[in-house]
Design a protein around this ligand. Structure first.
Ligand code: PLP
Length: 362
């Protein structure tokens, strides 16, 4: 552990693995064998060809991405995918289903409505997004263009622990806050997308994994930069891609391989989350937000009996070297984001801090 670093519970951009930062720092001025910074080289150079190809290959290997899927590295964040998904996949005669489990899902739906016909196939907004809906609550449209879901609700701290059964409709998943935090079967999805800045790298790169048959839906009339098929045909290099972000993403994937891959990181994440939830369940002093069976392993949300006490908690935690524990401005309370790169010892330290805080204030 680097002495100057605090425990970073930020929801995103978020903590990166220290070895990744150290390698990037070491090689920033001159990439080995290249003699120039990754920030200075052409995106069509041989050096960048290799960076891009190895990030793609590591992504495919880690997630076991089938041959008939294309991996794209785009810009505009997950939020641009809220528009690109319907623009590419939603034909005028069709309906797109949205399962709304949080504020990001609501935003995705809002953008899709501007493009075509949508239907809310399920929503847990009535219960303050404390839970994931059961299968029998879903009202799916027969022949839907696709069904959109959000696998992990960053703001509310809930997560899907099974996939909805959507029949033959392609499942489109915003995986921004839990991508590669657990083993994944890509063949269950039509499209997976994620802003990289939570679990995969820095902001500025957006990962889109799309099943190849769906590329045929992208109309030629779409703005070129927003067309999945054009991006796929050009290997994410129709224009200048976010080169530095892709480079860091590549280092994060290598780190993830070193940890042992997705099954190994899943186990570590489960252990980290369990330790934190055990503290939340230990005493009624803490008020966990999410229903037990819908709890997120990435974003742990909870409240205290008053806002004054919550503010005091954040203040004292920050002073003690725990940064970013304030909840999202839309829901308040407290939130510990514990993505892949968040170190296990930071959980133990936070639990100790929480126990001391409870002793003083409980
Ligand atoms: C952070 C987040 C977004 C927004 O990502 P941007 O890359 O900033 O657009 C969308 N969806 C989810 C689930 C998120 O956590």
């Amino acid at each position: 552990m680097n002495e100057a670093r605090v425990f970073n519970f930020s929801s995103g951009p978020a903590v990166l693995p220290l070895p990744v930062l150290e390698e990037a720092q070491r090689d920033l001025v001159a990439l080995p064998g290249v003699g120039m910074s990754v920030l200075e080289i052409s995106h069509r150079s041989k050096a960048f060809d290799e960076i891009l190809a190895s990030a793609q290959a590591d992504m495919r290997a880690l997630a076991g991405i089938p041959e008939n899927y294309t991996v794209l590295f785009l810009q505009g964040g997950a939020s641009l995918q809220f528009s690109m998904v319907p623009m590419n996949l939603l034909a005028p005669s069709k309906t797109a289903d949205y399962i709304v489990t949080g504020d990001w899902g609501k935003k995705a739906l809002k953008e899709a409505k501007k493009v075509g016909t949508t239907s809310v196939a399920g929503s847990t907004e009535d219960g303050h997004f404390k839970r994931i809906p059961a299968q029998d609550e879903l009202r799916l449209t027969p022949g839907a263009a696709y069904v959109h879901m959000t696998s992990n609700n960053t703001i509310h701290g809930t997560q899907w622990h099974r996939l909805p059964d959507v029949g033959d409709a392609p499942l489109v998943c915003d995986m921004s806050s839990d991508i590669f935090s657990r083993a994944i079967d890509i063949s269950k999805y039509g499209v997976v997308y994620a802003g990289a800045q939570k679990n995969l790298g820095p902001s500025g790169v957006t990962v889109v994994i799309v099943r190849d048959d769906l590329l045929a839906r992208s109309a030629d009339t779409l703005p070129t930069m927003l067309n999945y098929r054009v991006q796929a045909e050009n290997g994410s290099r129709y224009n200048t891609p976010p080169a530095f972000g892709i480079y860091i993403l590549g280092l994060v994937l290598k780190w993830l391989k070193g940890v042992g891959g997705l099954a190994a990181v899943q186990e570590i994440n489960a252990r980290k989350a369990a330790a934190l939830y055990a503290e939340l369940d230990r005493t009624p002093f803490w008020l966990p937000h999410a229903d037990t069976d819908s709890r997120s392993q990435m974003n742990v949300t909870f409240r205290l009996s008053s806002e004054v006490l919550e503010q005091q908690f954040v203040k004292e935690a920050t002073a003690a070297g725990f940064d970013g524990l304030k909840g999202h401005r839309s829901v308040g309370g407290l939130r510990a984001s514990i993505y892949n790169a968040f170190p296990e010892e930071g959980i133990a330290a936070l639990v100790q801090f929480m126990q001391r805080f409870e002793q003083k204030n409980g």
